[in-house]
Design a protein around this ligand. Structure first.
Ligand SMILES: Nc1ncnc2c1ncn2[C@@H]1O[C@H](COP(=O)(O)OP(=O)(O)OP(=O)(O)O)[C@@H](O)[C@H]1O
Length: 196
């Protein structure tokens, strides 16, 4: 089947609290439209885990290289998490775009703020919101990938992110409540494929 690219080929930023279903939603989009989208690959200074592939999961760089790239303006956004830097490079986005792919970026709130403030990227912004914090907590627990302390931290951060999305009216082009997955997916799909 030939790829069916959306009319608007700008990168799509997907943001929202951990566990809200961002990955689930964009993976459905990728599965429905093969060879159309590409998830942006970030740079990081953290060590590669055994199963991770350079250039696919991350571009692994040294702690000394990171600030050098920052000062060259190489990143559309970057952040420090747990003592390691993570960033999205302009070049990584351009490489995918040059292949005709529409780039999807899974970015947390600080990154969205940086991109909006710097205007470093012309993109479409989508926020995925949980139906309730109770439901979000249940998803994080069911996923069973985090420790209890991490779940609490993610829930605290979720409140900050939802507050930001709801009060900063000009940041997101679309807010989707991920309650019923099929309904949320349809909203994402309709937005991505909307005419220019
Ligand atoms: N609409 C939904 N209803 C119920 N469960 C859902 C829904 N959407 C996603 N989930 C489930 O919620 C869990 C979290 O989803 P997912 O891993 O996609 O979240 P995420 O936002 O990508 O998280 P992170 O930012 O931590 O990677 C998964 O177990 C997923 O199957």
């Amino acid at each position: 089947m030939a790829p069916t690219p959306p009319p608007d080929r700008r990168p799509i930023i997907i943001s929202g609290p951990s566990g809200v279903g961002k990955g689930t939603l964009y993976q459905k989009l990728f599965d429905a439209h093969p060879d159309t989208f590409a998830l942006s690959v970030s740079h990081t200074t953290r060590k590669r885990r055994p199963h991770e592939v350079e250039g696919k999961d991350y571009f692994f760089i040294s702690p000394a290289e990171f600030p050098a790239l920052v000062s060259q303006g190489a990143f559309v956004e970057y952040a420090l998490f747990n003592g390691h830097y993570y960033g999205t490079s302009k070049k990584a986005i351009e490489t995918q775009r040059a292949k005709g792919l529409v780039v999807v970026l899974d970015i947390e709130m600080q990154g969205v703020q940086q991109m909006k403030e710097s205007g470093s990227i012309d993109a479409r912004y989508v926020f995925i919101k949980p139906p309730s914090f109770h439901a979000l907590e249940a998803r994080l627990r069911n996923r069973a990938t985090e420790e209890e302390v991490d779940i609490r931290e993610r829930l605290t951060q979720a409140r900050v992110e939802v507050e930001y999305a709801e009060t900063q009216n000009d940041v997101y082009d679309l807010i989707i409540i991920n309650d019923d997955l099929e309904k949320a997916y349809k909203e994402l799909h309709d937005f991505v494929y909307s005419p220019i």
